[in-house]
Design a protein around this ligand. Structure first.
Ligand SMILES: Cc1cc2nc3c(=O)[nH]c(=O)nc-3n(C[C@H](O)[C@H](O)[C@H](O)COP(=O)(O)O)c2cc1C
Length: 454
């Protein structure tokens, strides 16, 4: 994330962490080079568009602790990283809830052009009440309504990215003085419940047209959305078994949508502390634990949830949600996070754990490779999103210790095949959306309605 502390709260104080350099373009250039050296598929950039001001009644804790504030725009660092790499992919987060789709469509096409087809988009609907207040609303749009908006948002984008221009629209014919053949470009004339967009799209077709679509919905509505649109899903879960179930669910739902079980690549967050041997890794993990900030984690959790500091430890979360009249009001993550019977004290203990993740391994290169191999075998996951404790330390450790072991086992590439991001995930020749994807239906201007000719 283009910020000092993404989800490893408190670790910014570690003497070898360079996260405070995130305002400096060289920080991103160095990071991109490192990840490409490590033959990573892509760098994932998270984002939020508000601050976490629900804990202790204000943003003070988030500010003191550097919890995703200060933070900058994730899209703007991509061209610098693309300029110094050839193969690394970029998956950046952008929210569908607050800004209308037309401008984002152009930004995404620009990035896909500049990266030569290495751009992916993590679709989020945003969960922070403060984000709503930054964009002119009194309060958050209800959870399921956000997904309703997102559906229409995607429809507009597909019309612009896939339907507005034909591949051969740009002719650049100096002799006949025609740059673009107008008969091959069209208005989209979208009119819906939330958006009216005329088009045409302002960018000519980029390498992938639609960027690779990532999503991380875990609610019923979120999963249904993923099954329709997502090509990469950040799967959630609390145990290895729940990951297995969630992966199977997503694949099953994608199949029901006519896309096929393998049309979606699934990823889990991997939280890894590795060193040359188990003992050294344990020492390192202990050091991270000591520097972790419980207050930081609570500020993060309180951003969209309940203010745990405001209640006694023995209070039941279900009673608090009922008293705040929120239970059942929507499907937001905080209403699903807590099992019945969980108290404020239980929640505090869980949320403040620095190693809170189903996939947490602190150990030797062999321990980590065993865990990765075992998880892929037992869950049917396709890959992992490596959480950073230190930048660049976490990636450096992974590259030095884990990748050689994975390569020895034949589980990790030894060189890149030059490709677009979509080909990286789905194989050579798959640069564009597959025909079964809902975005593909607008190709060639189909399904755009009547007044589409220019
Ligand atoms: C790996 C991962 C990364 C995520 N990144 C972001 C992000 O950058 N910004 C954001 O607003 N939400 C992010 N989320 C939250 C999801 O978009 C989503 O809101 C959450 O998983 C709850 O699902 P639901 O929206 O279906 O209730 C992320 C979730 C996961 C699992």
């Amino acid at each position: 994330m283009n910020t000092v502390g993404h989800i490893s709260h408190g670790l910014w104080v570690h003497p070898s962490n360079t996260r405070h350099r995130f305002n400096d373009l060289d920080f991103w250039i160095e990071e991109a080079k490192l990840l490409e050296e490590g033959l990573f598929d892509a760098v994932f950039l998270a984002d939020v568009i508000g601050t976490y001001d629900g804990y202790r009644g204000g943003p003070e804790t988030a500010l003191r602790e550097g919890v995703q504030i200060p933070s900058n725009d994730p899209l703007l660092v991509i061209p610098a990283m693309a300029a110094v790499t050839k193969n690394l992919g970029f998956a950046a987060t952008f929210s569908t809830t607050y800004e209308p789709p037309f401008a984002f469509a152009r930004r995404a096409s620009t990035l896909d052009h500049l990266t030569k087809g290495r751009f992916g988009w993590n679709i989020v609907t945003s969960y922070l009440p403060n984000a709503a207040r930054n964009f002119g609303l009194e309060d958050e749009v209800a959870h399921d309504d956000r997904y309703g908006i997102a559906e229409e948002y995607l429809e507009v984008l597909y019309k612009l990215w896939e339907g507005s221009w034909d591949d051969d629209a740009v002719v650049r014919d100096r002799e006949s003085r025609i740059y673009t053949d107008p008969s091959k470009v069209r208005y989209i004339n979208h009119v819906g419940a939330h958006y009216r967009v005329a088009g045409p799209h302002l960018s000519e077709p980029s390498v992938q047209r639609t960027p690779v679509l990532f999503q991380a919905g875990s609610s019923a509505r979120g999963k249904a959305f993923a099954a329709r649109h997502a090509e990469g899903v950040f799967v959630g879960g609390t145990t290895i078994e729940s990951y297995r179930t969630n992966v199977a669910d997503i694949r099953g739902l994608a199949d029901e949508n006519g896309r096929g079980r393998d049309s979606v690549k699934t990823f889990a967050s991997a939280v890894i502390v590795v060193d040359k041997d188990r003992e050294s890794a344990m020492v390192k993990a202990e050091e991270y634990k000591k520097l972790s900030s419980a207050e930081g984690y609570l500020a993060h959790a309180g951003g969209g949830g309940i203010d745990l500091a405001a209640y006694p430890k023995e209070a039941l979360i279900s009673d608090i949600l009922a008293a705040e009249n929120r239970q059942g009001r929507d499907n937001s993550p905080e209403n699903r996070r807590y099992a019945p019977g969980v108290t404020v004290g239980d929640a505090l203990e869980t949320l403040t754990r620095f190693d809170r993740s189903a996939f947490f391994v602190a150990g030797s290169p062999t321990d980590v490779a065993d865990a990765i191999e075992g998880w892929v075998r037992d869950t049917d996951l396709d890959g992992f999103n490596l959480r950073q404790f230190l930048t660049p330390g976490t990636a450096e450790d992974f590259i030095a210790y884990v990748i050689p072991e994975l390569q020895r086992r034949g589980l990790y590439r030894t060189k890149y095949e030059e490709s677009t991001l979509r080909e990286r995930l789905f194989g050579a020749g798959n640069t564009r959306l597959p025909d079964q994807h809902p975005g593909a239906r607008y190709r060639g201007g189909a399904h755009l309605g009547d007044a589409s000719a220019i």
